[in-house]
Structures are given as C-alpha cells and as structure tokens.
Design a binder for this molecule. Structure first.
Ligand code: GUN
Ligand code: ZN
Length: 441
C-alpha cells in the first residue's frame, strides 16, 4: 500500500460559488494536508489533523507555498488535431476540409496514432489536465492507441472513435454498420477497463447520414450508461448546411433529439447559436453544452452566452473545454482566460472562484463523474494539480499586489499556463515530474 502525504494550500469546491464572497462554496486550508492511499484521497483538511492520520511510512511532499487543487478537466478535445492547431485563416467548414480532415486521415497508420496519443497525454499532464473527453479519428486503431496510452498511465479519460460516413474524404469514412461494429468492439474492450470510459461519438450531423445517426441512437439505447459526444450549433454555415441535410427537423437540436442522442450523458460541443426552443430541449433532457472559448474565437464561430444559459428559467448544464485543434491552447487556465473575455463581450463576468469551480467540480458534474474526480473529497481519486502563482517574473511581480485568494486565482487564470503547473498527480502518483523530456519523438 503506497501512502503519500501532501502539504500545501488546498482548495476544493463544494458547489457553484454565487459570488466572490461566497466562502461556503469551497473549502480552503492555508496550511492544508492531503493523505493519499492507493490512488485515492484518504483524508483532507488542516495539516495538523491530516498528518495525525498518516502512518510512519508515508512519503511526505511539501508543496508550500503552492496551491493544491483537483486536476483540471477538459470536456471536449480532439487528440488527432495536435498538428492542426495554428492553421491559418478559415471558418469551421473550410477549416475542417482544408486542414483537419486531411490530418486525421494520417491516423489510419496505427503507429502514428500511438505516437500522437503519447504526446497528447504528455501535454495534458504538463498542463495540469488529468481528465479529458476526447474525440479520436474515425479509425478504430486511433481509439485503441488512445485507450492503451491512457490506461498505461492510469488516467481517467473518456474517448470514442468518431463515426462519420459522408461529407469527408474517402480515407475518413466508415459506414453505418462498420461504425456501429467498431464502436461495440471498442466498448467491449475498453469501457470500464481500469479508469477508461467510452463515449459514443458521431462527429456531427453533417458527416453522419440519417442511417448512421440511427445506429448511434441504437448504441445509446443499448449502452445507456455511456457518454455521447457530438457538435451542435457552432457556426452559421454549418447550421444552414445541416438544415439542408435534415429538412424535416425543426432545427439542429431536433436532429439529435429524434435519433435519441440527447440526455444527461450527452456532451454537445459549442451550442453557440441555439434558439430558445433548442435551449429548452437541452435543459429538459439534461444535455450538456460545452463552451470552447479559444476555438470559438479562433474560428470566428461566435460568443457562447454562458451567463444567459446558466440563468434562464430552464438553465443549461455547462462544461468548458479546449477543443484543440480548433482551440488554440491545451491549458485550461488559458481557456478560462479567453472564456472570461467571451463572457465579458456578452456584458457579463465570471468571477475567479466560478472559473476554477468550472474546470474542476463543474466539469466533473457535467461529465456525471463528480463522485470520482473534480474535488479533494476523501474517497475520490487522487488526480491533483499543484499551482505556482509566481511561476514567471511577471506573475511574481503581480503577486506582490495580490491580497486575496480571489486575486491570486484570477492572476493564475490571466497570466498562467503550463509554467504555473508545478506538479500533477494521476491516481496519486507524481506524473509531471516523472515525465521524460517533454513532448519529444
Ligand atoms: N465540428 C465537426 N468536427 C469538428 C471539429 O473537429 N472541430 C470543431 N471545432 N468543430 C467540429
Ligand atoms: Zn470539437
């Protein structure tokens, strides 16, 4: 039995913080302790109390004066798009056709998939992200590569091979039947193996025929405990083309509704241009709208109205995500910095406690995984990030004038990136300091 005892400033959310003064929404210990046994959090609280519970043999790691938080969660990311980031000058559909689809065809080579899966999860760890919901390519081997790498690291990740049978290059198409069969085989091989979760992943309505969406719905009915992930209402040209392809549908959301793809385990990337009717349907079904600010700005897709969605009579469940490679940064700190600006452009604010709630407990709740990840609560998995608010000269200087925890968090979000991530624990084991030379080969 391995036992580790961490010391530092621990911060873990209990619920959504209504305001920056809503101190009962989180637990914060200036001199905190975290006891980790066999990959789980055994105790958390004031150092003096937690230390008493640790046996003689516990490995002690002192992270003072740094902050210790639950690992970050990225609710929507495309691991085959690492070499698509920073592709110039296109909106969604051109960007897909010009850059993304050709790049994803390279994943027919299993060796390439294994290399990128390794580099991708290295990058996640470097950035403090301990759980992702990932899109793989259409190729079954890309999902196998992802899960092999994730399982070897004992990470809790969600992933699925994308199902796509039209409106893409030949090398990137499955069929309704092969998409179904490959998905079932992957579920049988990987879902529930260690910490792996499978997500049924029809890419979006444009690249799936009605027959394929029907098959995706059949999968969702056959495996109701699984996540479903897809894209919805990202860009005006996408919405118009989708309506042409499904003329009988009331709107874009109605397509997924009619095929039985909505529900509390459904993660819908973007959801920028929803009508009130569509937002009601998402709310009624408990489906999750995934906010991807760096992507939405980079592709010029639009401004996700976070606070309106949250405050409406029928509120939406919301997650946040990078959406790499439409997204331009792997860091959830950078993501929330851009998110703050998008929300500001909508005339609203997201306070720093709300931001850090969102990328920890908020995303865990949106993924229906808050019993396992997203907090420092005893009994949950020890996926942890250690953050240094003075990681760069500029941050150090700004810290001289930061007088409260809220200010420190906002500084971390506004100026921080992977350099602020001092250590990451995955299932209780140091993962960042243990990494070989970062992101090579
Ligand atoms: N819609 C369908 N596929 C994609 C994708 O890979 N990225 C983004 N941003 N939107 C999509
Ligand atoms: Zn996406």
């Amino acid at each position: 039995m391995t036992t580790t005892l961490l010391r530092g400033r621990t911060l873990s959310f209990l619920r959504w913080p209504e305001t920056a003064d809503d101190h009962s929404a989180y637990s914060y210990e200036e001199d905190g302790g975290l006891l980790i046994r066999d990959g789980r959090i055994a105790a958390a609280g004031p150092w003096a109390e937690v230390e008493k519970q640790a046996g003689e043999g516990a490995q002690r790691i002192d992270h003072r004066p740094h902050l210790i938080l639950p690992g970050f969660i990225d609710a929507h990311v495309h691991f085959p798009q690492m070499q698509v980031i920073a592709s110039y000058g296109a909106e969604l559909l051109d960007w897909l056709n010009t850059y993304t689809f050709p790049e994803e065809t390279r994943f027919r080579d299993a060796q390439h998939g294994r290399r990128i899966a390794r580099l991708f999860l290295d990058e996640m760890v470097r950035q403090g992200t301990t759980t992702v919901s990932a899109y793989c390519s259409v190729h079954k081997a890309s999902a196998e590569a992802f899960f092999e790498e994730s399982h070897a690291r004992d990470m809790l990740n969600i992933a699925g091979k994308v199902m796509m049978d039209r409106n893409a290059p030949e090398g990137l198409l499955d069929t309704p039947q092969s998409g179904y069969d490959d998905t079932v085989a992957l579920i049988e091989d990987w879902h529930g193996k260690g910490r792996q979760h499978y997500a049924i992943t029809p890419r979006f309505a444009i690249t799936s025929s009605p027959q394929q969406l029907e098959m995706a719905g059949a999968l969702a009915a056959r495996f109701p405990e699984l996540h479903v992930q897809t894209h919805l209402s990202e860009n005006h040209a996408e919405i118009a083309f989708t309506q042409e392809l499904y003329p009988w549908a009331k709107d874009y959301t109605d397509i997924y509704a009619q095929y039985g793809l909505l529900g509390r385990k459904t993660l819908l990337g973007h959801c920028i241009h929803l009508s009130e009717r569509e937002a009601d349907v998402l709310s009624d079904t408990g489906s999750v709208a995934v906010f991807c600010p760096t992507s939405n700005l980079f592709l010029g897709s639009g401004l996700f109205d976070y606070q309106r969605y949250r405050r409406r009579d029928k509120p939406l469940r919301i997650a946040t995500a990078t959406d790499v490679g439409g997204g331009t940064n792997y860091s959830m700190l950078r993501t929330m910095d851009e998110g703050y600006k998008v929300i500001a452009l909508n005339g609203e604010k997201l306070n720093p406690f709300q931001s850090f709630w969102q990328i920890t407990l908020g995303n865990a709740q949106a993924l229906s995984l808050a019993d396992r990840i997203g907090t420092l609560a005893p009994g949950t998995d020890a996926d942890i990030v250690v953050l240094d608010c003075a990681a760069t000269p500029g941050m150090r200087l700004r810290m001289e004038r930061a007088g409260s925890l809220a200010e420190e968090l906002f500084l971390l979000q506004t100026l921080g990136d992977d350099r602020a991530v001092r250590e990451v624990y995955v299932a209780g084991r140091p993962a960042k300091s243990d990494m070989a030379t970062p992101a090579e080969g």
